[in-house]
Design a protein around this ligand. Structure first.
Ligand SMILES: Nc1nc2c(ncn2[C@@H]2O[C@H](COP(=O)(O)OP(=O)(O)OP(=O)(O)O)[C@@H](O)[C@H]2O)c(=O)[nH]1
Ligand SMILES: [Mg+2]
Ligand SMILES: [Zn+2]
Ligand SMILES: [Zn+2]
Length: 521
């Protein structure tokens, strides 16, 4: 604050009054002498002098008062001579936008300064303060309208593009990602336009940052506002497709995840403008070696049951479309008890489900194999519980998460995927020319599951897959067929990218080309 003498004060006025009074007494005497006692001339001259002096005094006083006001505005608005406003709190480590408080605080400070300096004469500054208040009001109103419009446009765009953000770590939906300041690393929980900024906000460290995805916030490090874990996949940029895999221990979920990754990557490689990126460190760690995992004699290690699932994120781009495929692959143990299944809250935020079934674990299949086949396949057989039990358990979990009315389940899709098609090929019970659904119903004996699935899910389809790659690295076409069905509701670009290669679908790779790669409703 400035401690110097004020530029104008009431005592200055008093000091002026004395010489003025002296002048008023002396002037008529001088004029009387000058005009030889012509009283009319003296009076006229005196009147003119009074008018001129009064006008001069008024305009000088007004200019001086205006100067006091302008100087106060300069000091308060531009030199920071104003009291600090405490920040909004640790969740929002940013300075208030000018419309979000400081504009009114500055007006109040200017008013009290001019009042201190001019005393009662502040009455002459009321028009100045009124104009100032009108400017602040207009600025604030426009800023809030701007913030509301920006939020509406951004929210509308997200809704139009049907972008809904799901945290792959804590499975909570995000209204908007939180962002980290590039300079100091402070976390800004909600950067959207508001009292902390319209187009941009200023972090407490002074760094300016955008307030919306459309204004460039996607370039910053994003975090989940619920669990504050980093989200490397830049949520909000593209639509998300969460896919929840479920099935007993060793059914083949993890191998199928590698298979879907390989199918997408292979399809993208042969399509100009298409690509598949593993969009998080965790995904790179877990899916980085898909080609190796899918080699025919390779065994995929079991998923650690103690660890809670994390969504794997693959960013698939085809032409101008991008899609964030989130794959939830949890160890089979999580589907054994309802209390555990209920912890998998992603089930309530997913519409695409995959029930993974090991056919060798099904007694009717195993019993139908001959002794030689059983010997050859004994090590490939998992000891998974009955898929019907897993299905019912997860179905109840999903219904619970969707709410008691199970509203919205009509939009859900279920793929029933029988794995190890490559191993079954050539056996006496290979699904050869039988449509997969009939084969699953009659040979695997899954009549009840299929019937329940039809009524529980919006649409259901049966697939037989062989999660293997040919020696040239191309994935079995059954994987591409499944990937195409999973991505089909998203955009034509993905369907085109995953279109079957000529004659490839009819002749899947793998040890025996008789494994069907068809999908049947
Ligand atoms: N050849 C072949 N092997 C498969 C196929 N699917 C699964 N397997 C094998 O079956 C075993 C179990 O597969 P996983 O993918 O680990 O099964 P999971 O469902 O993830 O098991 P958990 O994570 O323990 O619940 C692994 O040795 C896989 O290599 C398949 O389609 N073909
Ligand atoms: Mg697994
Ligand atoms: Zn989270
Ligand atoms: Zn900062």
């Amino acid at each position: 604050m400035s401690a110097g003498r004020p530029p104008f004060s009431p005592s200055d006025l008093e000091a002026l009054l004395v010489p003025l009074l002296v002048l008023l007494v002396l002037a008529p005497m001088v004029l009387f002498l000058v005009f030889d006692g012509d009283s009319m001339k003296v009076l006229a001259s005196l009147m003119s002098a009074v008018v001129v002096v009064a006008a001069l005094a008024l305009s000088t006083g007004f200019t001086a008062l205006t100067w006091v006001y302008v100087r106060s505005v300069h000091l308060v608005l531009f030199q920071g001579h104003n009291p600090e406003i405490p920040g909004p709190g640790p969740g929002d480590p940013a300075e208030f936008g000018y419309h979000g408080g400081p504009a009114w605080r500055d007006l109040a400070e200017v008013r009290s300064r001019v009042r201190r300096r001019t005393g009662l004469l502040v009455l002459f500054l009321l028009p100045h303060l009124a104009v100032h208040a009108a400017v602040v009001l207009t600025h604030t109103a426009w800023a809030w309208v701007g913030a509301a419009v920006l939020r509406l446009v951004d929210g509308g765009l997200l809704r139009y593009r049907r972008v809904r953000m799901l945290c792959p770590r804590c499975f909570e939906r995000m209204a908007y990602p939180s962002y980290e300041c590039v300079h100091c690393g402070r976390v800004h929980r909600d950067v959207r336009p508001g009292r902390l900024g319209v187009f941009r906000r200023r972090c407490l460290c002074g760094q300016s940052m955008p307030t919306l995805l459309v204004l460039g916030s996607a370039e910053l490090n994003a975090l989940c506002p619920h669990c504050l874990q980093g989200l490397e996949h830049r949520p909000g940029e593209a639509r998300e497709l969460p896919i929840a895999l479920f099935g007993g221990t060793g059914a083949g979920k993890t191998r199928l995840t590698h298979g879907l990754h390989a199918a997408l990557e292979h399809a993208a490689a042969s399509h100009p403008g298409a690509r598949v990126e593993l969009a998080s460190e965790d995904t790179r760690h877990r899916l980085g070696n898909s080609a190796l995992m899918l080699s025919p004699r390779q065994r995929v290690p079991p998923t650690r049951p103690g660890r809670r699932a994390r969504g794997l994120v693959l960013r698939v781009t085809a032409g101008r479309r991008a899609l964030m495929v989130q794959v939830y692959d949890t160890a089979g143990e999580w589907f054994g008890r309802l209390e555990r299944t209920e912890e998998l809250t992603y089930l309530g935020k997913t519409t695409t489900f995959v029930l993974v079934v090991d056919p060798l674990a099904m007694p009717p299949v195993w019993d139908a194999l001959d002794a030689g086949e059983r010997r050859r396949l004994a090590e490939e057989r998992s000891l998974t519980p009955d898929p019907e039990q897993v299905y019912m358990q997860v179905r109840d979990g999903i219904a619970h998460q969707y709410g008691t009315s199970a509203r919205g389940l009509g939009r859900t899709r279920l793929a029933v995927v029988v794995t190890r098609g490559d191993l079954l090929a050539g056996t006496s019970i290979a699904p050869a020319d039988v449509p997969p659904e009939r084969w699953v119903r009659e040979v695997l004996g899954m009549r009840n599951v299929l019937r329940a699935a039809r009524s529980d899910f919006g649409s259901t389809r049966v697939f037989v897959t062989g999660a293997v790659v040919a020696p040239d690295g191309s994935p079995d076409p059954s994987l591409t067929t499944l990937a195409r069905w999973l991505l089909a509701p998203e955009a034509e670009e993905f369907t085109a990218m995953l279109a079957p290669e000529p004659a490839a679908e009819a002749a899947p790779v793998g040890p025996d080309p008789t494994v069907p790669a068809r999908e049947v409703r």
